[in-house]
Ligand binder design. Structure first.
Ligand code: OOG
Ligand code: NI
Length: 460
């Protein structure tokens, strides 16, 4: 009898751990970040604050300090399509379309992540995956050289390609194959200090756009950051500053609230790294490149389309009055503007639920005055049903743009950009991306149905 297959969840967890270990050794400051977040999460979970967050015990808290996302930038449609197949072996599906051209970043992106509630609970590892839009290089000669460099590289090892095909044909991988798969796929994400383009071409690409140089000049799409999840990003931000990490001036996303929504993120700036460029005479030329950084995030409730529209409107309102300066000089004023705009967003789980602003998981509560009917509002009021926010598992384009920008330098801001193109992205990927709202709504509906079934059985 053949070995049983390793579950995609186990492969994903192993991959996430292996990636974290690799990044810790490549970027020591990331290790500092993980340690500091782990300690803050421990403090929050042991305090009253944890109660207020209304997390689902176990499901939302057990693996909190192992939770993280990463990001890579790919160069071609073929790379994206293959990456999609590799992630599928780990139970990660493309969710959402992000157009970063609005922020003068020449990429569009999706997030590969698990989709079902059980799979998210097992390990929610996600990778923000961007595809470069080479058509945005204006100089035809430089564009041709960039295309040639991308066409000449193979970012996957033969072992990774073979095992992905095997997983597809045999419907999974055995534990032993899975172990090899993890180490083979890790190679794609590894940092390469040796560029594959000469120093002059690299400089020209940097001049066209720093991001283009980052994607095109190296052997592979090195993981550019890994982001642990914290339960208190403001505490983590101060700890980052105290630890001497070059933290970004403002936290991206919504303001601090009693009931966190969506995603708040902050990063420390990219490291200046030594690289070397090949030259025609066979020698190497020393140089440097900034690509990799560290980030932390605090996740809150996933918002409904109505809640998201309100979020987008309030964020735009705040940003119309003040934009955070890259040097941090107006950080306090920006935070005040954000806080005052978001007064219009209810900061209470029950109120957010009743106004249909966020998605929730329901659990059964103990109550002495069980209502006669299974009316949702009555059950909640009586405490027969309890609310726990469905955690947001995706990303925010304005925040992502801020994260990209903080690592590109400010000269990258006003390049002209082509329009959004989800169709082109999906054609490159070879399949459509999932709609995040549909996924969250399904989690909410299923949990409600399960509770009502139990109540009915109990003879309510
Ligand atoms: C990705 C930036 C987006 C986030 O957390 O919003 C991102 C990148 O720099 O490649 O990771
Ligand atoms: Ni990120």
């Amino acid at each position: 009898m053949p070995d049983a297959m390793q579950s995609p969840n186990a492969i994903r967890a192993a991959f996430s751990a292996a990636m974290s270990e690799m990044y810790r050794s490549e970027v020591p400051a990331y290790g500092t970040l993980v340690d500091l977040v782990t300690s803050i999460n421990g403090d929050v979970l042991a305090s009253d604050v944890a109660q207020r967050l209304a997390l689902t015990p176990g499901e939302d808290t057990a693996r909190i300090s192992q939770e993280r996302h990463g990001a890579i930038r790919l160069g071609t449609a073929a790379e994206l399509a293959m990456m999609g197949r590799v992630f599928a072996v780990m139970g990660m599906e493309p969710v959402g379309y992000y157009d970063l051209s609005v922020a003068s970043v020449p990429v569009h992106s999706t997030a590969f992540r698990p989709i079902a509630r059980e799979d998210l609970a097992a390990n929610p590892f996600r990778v923000f995956t961007s595809l470069l839009r080479l058509e945005l290089i204006e100089d035809p000669n430089l564009r041709a050289r960039a295309e040639a460099a991308l066409a000449a590289r193979e970012i996957f090892t033969p072992g990774a390609l073979a095992l992905t095909e095997r997983a597809e044909t045999q419907g999974g991988l055995t534990p032993r194959e899975a172990e090899t798969f993890v180490s083979e796929v890790l190679e794609t994400f590894r940092w390469h200090a040796d560029a594959c383009l000469d120093a002059d071409t690299f400089s020209e690409l940097i001049a066209a756009h720093r991001l283009i140089a980052d994607v095109v000049s190296f052997k592979g799409p090195h993981i550019n950051h890994l982001t642990p999840r914290t339960l208190d990003i403001d505490a983590a931000q101060s700890a980052m500053v105290s630890a001497g990490l070059p933290a970004k001036a403002v936290v991206e996303g919504p303001p601090r609230r009693a009931c966190p929504i969506l995603l708040r993120q902050t990063a420390f700036k990219a490291l200046d790294e030594e690289v070397r460029f090949p030259s025609a005479d066979g020698t190497w030329v020393a140089g440097h490149h900034t690509a990799r950084f560290g980030e932390i995030e605090q996740r809150g409730a996933a918002l409904t389309p109505k809640g998201r529209a309100l979020y987008d409107r309030l964020l735009a309102e705040a940003r119309a009055s003040i934009l955070p300066a890259p040097d941090g000089s107006n950080a306090d004023a920006y935070e005040d503007a954000l806080k005052s705009a978001f007064r219009a967003f209810p900061d209470d789980w029950h109120a957010m639920h009743d106004a249909d602003l966020a998605y929730f998981k329901y659990t059964l509560g103990e109550t002495d005055n069980m209502p006669d009917s299974l009316d949702l509002a009555a059950l909640l009021d009586a405490g027969a049903l309890r609310l726990s926010p469905v955690i947001y598992e995706d990303f925010l384009p304005v925040s992502a743009a801020g994260i990209f920008q903080s690592n590109l330098g400010d000269e990258a801001r006003d390049t002209a950009q082509a329009a959004s193109s989800q169709d082109t992205f999906e054609a490159a990927l070879g399949r459509p991306v999932a709609d995040e709202f549909v996924l969250y709504a399904a989690i909410q509906e299923r949990s409600l149905r399960a509770c009502l079934d139990q109540l009915r059985k109990a003879g309510a």
